[in-house]
Design a protein around this ligand. Sequence first.
Ligand SMILES: Nc1ncnc2c1ncn2[C@@H]1O[C@H](COP(=O)(O)OP(=O)(O)OP(=O)(O)O)[C@@H](O)[C@H]1O
Length: 352
Amino acid sequence: MSIVLRKVNHFYGEQQALKNVSIEVSENQIVALLGPSGCGKTTLLRLIAGLERLQSGELYLQDRLVAAPKQAIHLAPEQRAIGMMFQDYALFPHMSVRKNIEYGLRKQQDLVKRRNWIEESLDNMGMQGLLERFPHTLSGGQQQRVALLRALAPEPSTLLLDEPFSALDEHLRQQVREETLDVLKKTNTPAVMVTHDPLEAMFIADKIVVMEKGEIVQNASPQEIYNNPKNAFVAALFGPSNRFEVEVEGHKVNTPLGAFAAADIEDQQMAEIIVRAKDIVVHQLENKDQIEATVISVHAMGNETHFRLQLSNMPERVIHARMRDHWQASAGTKVWLSVDGDAAFVFPKASL
Ligand SMILES: Nc1ncnc2c1ncn2[C@@H]1O[C@H](COP(=O)(O)OP(=O)(O)OP(=O)(O)O)[C@@H](O)[C@H]1O
């Protein structure tokens, strides 16, 4: 195992930032920590790096116990063979690209090996010719690539990445994300990456750890998390969705978008229901068996059309629907909606 973290609680003063968190990262695995701002992602990363002291539990890196407060063990960050890359990339501004990467290679005594590594890596990323440039003369994407190489140069046993692409625009993000993924896989470097972007997590990770309020909500493959979310929070992560709260009756929930099974929930209990926008089908032809709605607005999203709709049976709520087809409809147009009986995710309402 590359990382094993067991039963970690972490407090900042009175405030608990992590609650009984355990994770495992195996060799060659890329794990994404996904969750909203303040849920404890960075704290978890800093604990693994040794920048923050473990207050409880234990941490193994490469099967070696590196932190365990009960046994008074705390290895310093530089003794953990961990590489780090944070969102502001923090290249040294007064050093050239070569010097910046060489800094990561400072323990490599063989100068020829050092030079070859740098030149080969830059070549692989299509950045030949940038060796003597200074960081401020590089684009954001180029700086990010240099930071990645600097972090990987010492061949760390694991790489920690904290929102590494968040400063880049969408196009560059995708490109640098792909390159990073390729480099990690090619060098067999396991990694833990913090992100608050569910699609980024799906794209890059073998396993996603979803966190909410300091706790792990779900820890599974991207496909499993998407298809079998553990609760309403996870179900609503991936794209726009509609949420309802209703009481269970006869092991069913009756929502404005139709009735759905609630087999595992007791009658009279409150349930949370998530219907993803992409699971609502919008029809132009009147159909009395379907749900009547009025178009508030239509948004062309490239290969999809996003609808904001008002249901005749619940006019106070805006409903979101997404269709693959191209649609043009003006505000006020009547439409009819259908939703598959198994398209809804139904959960017992979380008690506070
Ligand atoms: N040094 C600190 N002192 C006090 N509280 C802190 C400290 N660092 C973090 N916190 C608090 O701990 C909680 C978790 O913070 P953390 O930075 O780990 O969250 P995060 O999920 O990484 O958030 P973001 O996505 O905004 O970076 C937050 O409520 C934060 O305010």
